[in-house]
Write a protein that binds this ligand. Structure first.
Ligand SMILES: [Zn+2]
Length: 257
């Protein structure tokens, strides 16, 4: 049955209302037309794809650090449906880290000199995990579905217009890109991930005030070869640092005594 005319718009309206989700901790509502199951599947396949092209680190100590920090933040994030994985990629030239939907985390060894210690690594991993918790990738994909396919849910779009739906998914997740799996998030999403990331690291027992020093080190790391990947997608300007400073008292409230 093909539904057209006003009824079709009514149905889209209903679907959009049903797909309105609330971001944990910030309470912001956003449109998510991708189900948790679809999101997990996309995260899983993009992760396998990225890992197959990467060199997993054999530095047992550094890899254990990534798993320890990730594990503590995962407990704080409290997402029972996530299938967490934390991998350290041996790539000293790449200053980057990301977390795909469902809790699939990659840290590149090139970011470790900037994170400096365990607390600094918790800043980055808390931030990246916050993007997944807030479903920012699916939010971006939903904006694409809304703009290009009239706001239909991903599942419906995949069956009715598979090529167009796959294009939207590829634009949102940028799977297979050499600089990283994810395309840049919006400034608003970045700011929200900073906010939630501070809370997650504090809940995990890390000191969120370390975020200010980390972002200053990140800003200073832009050397002669141009800014590293992470800095290109995560501008470490004064505005970002000032906002983090404003949010510290709230995050410190979560720090286990
Ligand atoms: Zn980010």
């Amino acid at each position: 049955m093909k539904i057209t005319g006003p009824r079709r718009f009514l149905l889209i309206g209903l679907a959009a209302a049903a797909a309105c989700q609330t971001v944990p901790y910030t309470g912001r509502s956003h449109l998510v037309l991708v189900s948790a199951g679809e999101e997990t599947e996309l995260g899983e396949s993009s992760y396998r794809d990225a890992l197959s092209k990467a060199k997993i680190s054999t530095d047992a100590e550094a890899a254990a650090l990534v798993r320890r920090v990730g594990g503590r933040i995962a407990v704080a994030a409290d997402m029972p449906d996530f299938k967490w994985e934390f991998n350290l990629i041996d790539d000293p030239k790449t200053v980057n880290a990301w977390c795909l939907p469902g809790g699939k985390v990659a840290v590149y060894s090139g970011i470790l000199p900037v994170t400096k210690d365990e607390n600094g690594l918790a800043v980055v991993m808390g931030h990246e995990i916050a993007h997944a918790l807030a479903r920012h990738g699916s939010e971006r994909m939903s904006q694409g579905l809304l703009a290009q396919l009239g706001g239909v849910a991903l599942g419906a779009a995949l069956s009715s217009r598979p090529e167009a739906a796959q294009r939207v998914a590829a634009q949102a997740y940028g799977a297979g890109a050499t600089v990283g799996v994810l395309l840049p998030f919006s400034r608003a999403q970045e700011s929200e991930a900073d906010h939630i990331g501070l809370i997650l690291m504090a809940k995990a027992g890390y000191d969120p005030t370390g975020a200010v020093a980390f972002w200053r080190r990140m800003a200073a790391s832009a050397g002669g070869g141009g800014p590293p990947e992470f800095l290109r997608t995560h501008p470490a300007d004064d505005k970002r640092i000032a906002k983090i400073e404003e949010e510290l008292p709230e995050a410190l409230g979560y720090l286990k005594k």
